[in-house]
Write a protein that binds this ligand. Structure first.
Ligand SMILES: *[C@@H]1O[C@H](CO)[C@@H](O)[C@H](O)[C@H]1NC(C)=O
Ligand SMILES: *[C@@H]1O[C@H](CO)[C@@H](O)[C@H](O)[C@H]1NC(C)=O
Ligand SMILES: *[C@@H]1O[C@H](CO)[C@@H](O)[C@H](O)[C@H]1NC(C)=O
Length: 402
């Protein structure tokens, strides 16, 4: 069973708009038409704060502590959350959440119909959040991120990793793993000045291009002691093997860079997030690539290679990402199939988290995403390391730069 079927299998006890019954009371009291909803909230700030900050969005340390204490210790925590996050008969909570979500992310909708449509999507999404949270084995929090009003279809547009584009005969060489190297307990290439700030791919399936530039930026910086921010748009426009905003693969992109004659800087070939005519100017290319390597699906080997050689381009299953707020993400396999990779990212480091109360060790990868700094942990994702979670080890590659 995949994530979507599971989510859809949760019955809506009172589907919105089916008989109008649900709508009417909402329309009158909750949509803010007459300010009725606002007043009680303003008059009872204590109650409002409790729901918004402590129980729902996980926005303060109180919520985090409660979670750590209660993780895996029965249903008590989930029941509490169920009331607010996933309860079918608690539309009031979702509407309150939806309004604070709109405020927090500065969302506005062009008319009432759009508002209703978005609320319906949000409502469904909070059920997915509940399922992810209920089955989480790490410390991750899932919630109303800036993507919480996007449908599954819209969210998929922001991915773009296409494993089926893998060529029949790969030009990649197997990576040489420094087996004798004693990898440190933790390592972070961001502390070595070889990682550019988090970028934003927008509503274009160009993750593959960002994963590629991130890797090449690191390779170049380590080898030449010069960190450049490189152009994804050049790859979107000029890499004919891949498919621009419809997706691609770093493996193809490394070769495309070689064939094109290099990559221009972000500033010289800026990102527009749309498929455009290629206007690559070879004399502006600042870096080149002259080969690529494929890492084994072995996270111990990956860590060794990373500490010696630099950040690693990966493909991953994005099921846990739309609602990821922070923490070490460790979803169950059936919620994040490791064989179905759909998003490209960049591993820049790793570490081990120790839980506060039970002192459980949670090894993680530090993964750079391309959805802006206002997603995840300042644009980064921490995913469990050691058991192939979400397929993190399935398509690990790197360019070789001359
Ligand atoms: C909020 O959104 C409005 C309308 O989209 C925009 O004009 C405004 O600049 C935004 N404000 C912030 C702080 O992002
Ligand atoms: C390519 O870049 C060079 C250096 O900036 C410039 O002189 C040349 O006109 C550019 N060529 C085109 C076709 O834009
Ligand atoms: C890539 O560049 C390096 C360094 O210049 C060189 O040693 C190597 O032979 C090159 N490989 C290919 C395939 O051109």
């Amino acid at each position: 069973m995949n994530f979507l079927t599971l989510v859809m299998a949760v019955p809506l006890q009172r589907p919105l708009g089916q008989d109008g019954h649900d709508q009417r009371p909402h329309g009158k009291h909750l949509l803010g038409q007459d300010g009725h909803d606002q007043q009680p909230h303003k008059q009872k700030p204590h109650k409002h704060n409790k729901h918004k900050a402590k129980k729902v969005l996980g926005g303060d340390s109180h919520d985090r502590r409660a979670h750590k204490k209660l993780f895996g210790q029965g249903n008590h925590d989930y029941k509490k959350h169920g009331k607010v996050l996933g309860g079918d008969d608690h539309d009031i909570g979702h509407m309150g959440m939806f309004k604070s979500f709109m405020k927090q992310h500065n969302k506005s909708y062009k008319n009432k119909a759009e508002f209703k449509r978005r609320f319906k999507i949000f409502h469904q999404n909070m059920k997915k959040v509940h399922i992810l949270q209920q089955n989480e084995r790490g410390t991750a929090k899932y919630g109303a991120t800036k993507f919480a009003d996007l449908s599954e279809h819209e969210f998929r547009k922001m991915l773009g990793f296409q494993p089926h584009m893998k060529p029949a005969t790969s030009s990649m060489e197997p990576a040489v793993i420094p087996e004798d190297l004693e990898a440190p307990v933790s390592f972070d290439w961001r502390q070595h000045g070889v990682v550019t700030p988090v970028k934003n791919q927008g509503m274009c399936g160009s993750c593959w291009a960002f994963s590629t530039t991130g890797n090449v930026e690191g390779q170049w910086a380590i080898k030449h002691k010069q960190l450049y921010s490189l152009s994804e748009q050049e790859l979107v426009d000029c890499d004919a093997t891949d498919d621009g905003c419809n997706g691609g693969l770093p493996e193809n992109a490394y070769e495309a860079i070689s064939k094109l004659g290099g990559l221009e800087l972000e500033d010289d070939y800026p990102y527009d997030g749309e498929d455009e005519q290629c206007h690559f100017n070879r004399s502006l290319a600042k870096v080149t690539v002259n080969g690529s390597v494929e890492l084994p699906a072995n996270e111990v080997a990956m860590a060794k290679w990373l500490t010696k050689n630099g950040p690693i381009s990966i493909g991953i299953n994005a099921n846990a990402l739309q609602f990821y707020v922070g923490g070490v993400s460790h979803p169950l396999k059936f919620l994040c199939n490791p064989e179905s990779l759909d998003h490209g990212m960049l591993i820049v480091g790793y570490g081990v988290h120790t839980t506060k109360y039970l002192h459980r060790k949670q090894p993680f990868w530090i993964v750079k995403n391309s959805w802006g700094e206002d997603w995840g942990e300042q644009g980064y994702y921490r995913v469990y390391r050691g058991d192939g979670t979400c397929g993190v080890d399935q398509m690990a590659t790197s360019a070789i730069v001359p």
